[in-house]
Write a protein that binds this ligand. Sequence first.
Ligand SMILES: O=c1[nH]cnc2c1ncn2[C@@H]1O[C@H](CO)[C@@H](O)[C@H]1O
Length: 337
Amino acid sequence: MTSFIAGLPKAELHVHHVGSASPRIVAELAARHEGASPVPADPAALADYFAFRDFAHFIDVYLTVVDLVRDDEDVRMLTFEIARELSRQQVRYAELTITPYSSVKRGIPAKAFCEAIEDARRGAAGEFGVDLRWCFDIPGEAGLEAAEQTLAIALGERPDGLISFGLGGPEIGVPRPQFKPYFDQARAAGLHSVPHAGETTGPETIWDAIRELGAERIGHGITAAQDPALMSYLAEHRIPLEISPTSNLRTRAVPSLDEHPLARLVAAGVPVSINSDDPPMFGTTLEEEYAVAARLLGLDDAGVAELARAAVRQSFLDPSGQAKLLAEIDAYTVRSA
Ligand SMILES: O=c1[nH]cnc2c1ncn2[C@@H]1O[C@H](CO)[C@@H](O)[C@H]1O
């Protein structure tokens, strides 16, 4: 199973930019910028640093890593190195969630930020054969000011790889309906709506994301398992959940992997993709998340290949790109039989 997963061509739909900074990248960033940072450069110490009391603590820690990204060269290096890691796991296509607001607020001009990610996107395609797209998300804890800025950067700079508009950060105390005007404008401009919801709050947040923000996919959405009517709605309207099992464990959104609602969601017919969210911060990889999903769902190699196909079909990759990647998965599965 493990070697099958390792070689399986994949697509990743829910993985965060700064959240993918590996210990090597974090050490490189820490070394570049003198000055006090609580983020340890030593990989062992960093692993201890990435231990979270709860979700709010996770966001606090996450933002200390955001502080390490100080200029457009840091952005370019981080993005390119993420693509290297994705290619090592046979990821051919990834929709990377990026929060430009947080970096622009820290002094990186929006134009330079977008040029840097686009440089890295071209490099990733040429060097690694990884096709990167961007989801620009609003950091919810920064409220409507961040929504305003994120939309302005998205529509003002409109980098070629930008395909979707999201909402991350804490859900508690951050009601989704307030962001409706920004999602309306983003969708009117042709961006897909993919807010987080139902990660740390109940099903009503997911209903809001659907009804108020026009969600086409939901980030996490695991509390949908508490509402059979919502699961039926997600199944009937083919609104996929972007599931990251270990993330939910490490942020304490679920008490244990065995209690993760993934199997209940799949049994109810809810479309899901498997993702890693913030892999180094959660001590995992996309490959590992496929193995966790295979265990929780009792899948054989054929079942795991279907997980990869589902992610491709739920992606915003164009039909010909999807057909090409699906054919690659089919060919790999036949070869591995
Ligand atoms: O699992 C997650 N849930 C919500 N937000 C997340 C997660 N992982 C990373 N972020 C990021 O946390 C920042 C908060 O300012 C945002 O950039 C969001 O993208």
